[in-house]
Design a binder for this molecule. Structure first.
Ligand code: SAH
Length: 365
């Protein structure tokens, strides 16, 4: 029988740790602006949908919340504060005192939990714990969570589609690191993985949430995209991908390594319509609210930030694949290429939207 704890330690795609110039902590204002854009909807959902009876039915004195894919802060603390505020207001409005709150901060085991723990807000009004492991598998005991939140994390696939890593089939995505401008087999393989991952994610959460428990997910999606027409889309990854190719031609890295390197992000695959289709077929969750928002509120101040923001999310992945020692040169080359095509920094043209969806765990029959 499959061991349900096996899935807890996955392949790692963690963000750059610490608080240095290329760290996630210093380069995630885009993700922060998404949390701010969704704040009103999130708090509204708690006011309207968070069922106090469900809490008292499962445990009278403790509310358990999880932020999945929390990274190392500071954004996770902002999201959690928004949630805790709304819960407190809800209890106050019913003249009840708020139960104690325990927040589980989850990310992959190699996430920089030290930085996370060191930066816990000093005056927080909740207890806190770190939970290492993949949210595509079980992380918590059955029926132990009242509210799950996740932002900017479900764009990461659980792993690369097998077709892209299976050397016996040849490198399906030769010369590229992403699926824009790629053979349709590569694109389709990403899409299948995306769907399988969502199903695994929902299955795990269905077991962990109490009846009527709430799950709020925020992620980038795309709308009405035609890869052949939308010249901006994925250009950053295409330009970035051309840098290791150039380095391979100079003999600085092996070409075979470039051919098998692909970024396990599905942000240009996931449309809100596809996602709604997956969610609508769920037997375990009802869709309580869904919003598609523009993601225009964040501006790229300069080339350095544009590059660092990508470096913060990809550096560890690149080092794990190519070995240490190439990232400085790779990102210097990338910076030069962005200088030649500064238009790719025009974020609104990327046509990203934010998708915010609130699900409720159906009561088990
Ligand atoms: N929620 C934060 C961080 C988003 S960055 C914010 O909004 O700023 C995405 C995070 O998801 C990374 O820290 C990455 O390590 C984590 N992540 C990606 N796949 C994961 C998985 N399968 N399980 C747990 N965490 C994952």
């Amino acid at each position: 029988m499959e061991n349900e704890f096996d899935s807890v330690f996955p392949k790692s795609y963690v963000m750059k740790g610490g608080e240095g110039p290329h760290s996630y902590a210093q380069n995630s204002t885009g993700q922060k602006s998404a949390i701010e854009a969704a704040k009103h909807h999130l708090q509204n959902a708690i006011t309207k949908k968070f069922d106090l009876k469900a809490i008292s039915a499962s445990s009278e004195n403790l509310i358990c919340i999880a932020d999945l894919g929390c990274s190392m802060g500071p954004n996770t603390f902002i999201a959690i504060q928004n949630i805790v505020e709304a819960i407190q207001l809800k209890y106050q409005s019913q003249n009840q005192s708020t139960p104690e709150i325990l927040v589980f901060f989850n990310d992959q085991a190699s996430n920089d939990f030290n930085t996370l723990f060191q930066n816990f807000p000093p005056n927080r009004n909740y207890f806190a714990a770190g939970i290492p492991g993949s949210f595509y598998g079980r992380l918590f005991p059955k029926q132990s969570l009242h509210l799950v939140h996740t932002s900017a994390a479900l764009s990461w696939l659980s792993e690369l589609p097998k077709e892209l890593t299976d050397r016996s089939c040849g490198a399906l995505n030769k010369g590229r690191i992403f699926y824009t401008n790629a053979p349709s087999e590569a694109y389709d393989a990403y899409q299948r993985q995306f769907k399988m991952d969502w199903e695994a994610f929902l299955q795990a959460r269905a077991q962990e949430l109490v009846d009527n428990g709430i799950m709020a997910c925020l992620m980038n999606v795309i709308n009405d995209i035609d890869f052949k027409v939308d010249l901006y889309l994925g250009k950053d990854f295409e330009l970035l991908g051309s840098c290791p190719m150039d380095m391979a031609k100079l003999g600085l890295i092996q070409e075979e390594k470039v051919d098998t390197f692909n970024v396990p992000l599905c942000s240009l695959i996931s449309s809100n319509l596809d996602l709604m289709k997956i969610l609508e077929t769920s037997e375990d969750f009802s869709i309580e609210q869904s919003e598609v928002m523009d993601n225009n509120c964040f501006v790229i101040p300069n080339i350095e930030y544009f590059v660092s923001r990508l470096r913060a999310v990809l550096e560890v992945l690149i080092e794990n694949h190519f070995g240490v020692g190439i990232v400085d040169e790779l990102f210097e080359r990338f910076t030069e290429k962005v200088r030649e095509f500064p238009k790719i920094m025009d974020v609104p043209k990327l046509k990203f939207h934010l998708f915010f969806v609130v699900l409720k765990r159906k009561v088990k029959a």
